[in-house]
Design a protein around this ligand. Sequence first.
Ligand SMILES: Cc1ncc(COP(=O)(O)O)c(C=O)c1O
Length: 411
Amino acid sequence: MQQRPIHHTFGPLATRAQVARAFALQFLPWKWRRGPETEMLRTDLEQLFPQQRAALFDTGRAALLALLQALELRSGDEVIVQGYTCAVVPNAIRAAGATPVYVDINLRTLTLDPALVRAAITRKTRVVICQHTFGIPADVSALRLICDEKDIALVEDCAHVLPDAPSERIGAVGDAVLLSFGRDKAISGVTGGALLTRHFLLAKRLRDAETQARDHTLWTILNLIDYPLRYAWAHAIWKTHLAKIYLRGCQWLRLLPPVLTQAEKAGTPSQILFRMPNACAALALDQLHTLTRLNEQRATIASLFAQAAKEHRWPVVKGILAAAAPQKFPLLIPNAAKVRTTLKQQQIYLDDGWCGAVVNPPTVDQRAVGYERGMCPHAEKVAQEILTLPTHPTMSVMQAKQLVQVLAGLL
Ligand SMILES: Cc1ncc(COP(=O)(O)O)c(C=O)c1O
């Protein structure tokens, strides 16, 4: 039995510092809903994305919905989104009354293919959402040109990456920038999302939406604060076999908030906007203050995987080599699902919810979110063949080396 599992999803950003902070926050309920950390997070984000104003919500998906509502989309309007994405993106588009149009990806970058975007534009297209998948920079300059030519808004979905200094490649050219502070993102507040924009009217509408958004209940917030603690505890008892029972118990008692609700999986998300709890802003702010170190650590682990891939001739998604801080390290191999199953026996859990479907996780009703088979052949290939290796901040270099060793014997 390993000391600790290798994983994508068991509290990947629950660092020691975050666990300590979450523990302290449990005893400060007056800070849970509102407090100074929310404004501090806003100010710091606005410094990271110069000239842009930030609005904060309880999730990235809520921030995206608020944006699409602020853009006043009408029924029948189309929003271009890439195949190989997360269901919350098309869900937000549909919740705003518009129609998601899936456009295929470039296999080297897992991001939108600009030529296909151009071909998919109709008179009804209002927005293009470009996703920097796993931190691989999308071709934003080509997309910017197309959007300018056609008078379409460009949204950069930076849910997977947060540069630690203003960057030209990520978050600089979009009309709006979407961030997520979910549990496996670049930084984590357990939950949280932000929308940044340089357009004055849009920024004002988004701030109004934030002001009018509801507060979560104290019970919900306590559960969110406790998320890092629950995983810290599970890791501490991992060797005893009790960890899995403990985690299942937490799930059964609904003490681990699900990433997607059943309604979201069925393509019928809620349209209610919630504020980002101040306690979550405090957790995210702490990690934002250490972002350079967190990104460096991701880069170190990714370069270790890149080196191993070169040595063993693993088929790497080439674009990841250009990512400054990869959220994951993707390989494309024909028997990916089988490899994941084999690895599980060695306490290596590589199912990140981004395998098996074009609109992830695979438990999502693809048709309900508007995806039909054959729309995006590249994305379908990636869904079947992708094997991602973890680069998150609680993954150690030793674990990365151990994973390389196991994979060398398997691939
Ligand atoms: C590509 C992408 N965009 C947006 C989001 C929305 O983030 P959140 O989970 O904070 O709603 C996610 C979440 O997984 C995502 O993967």
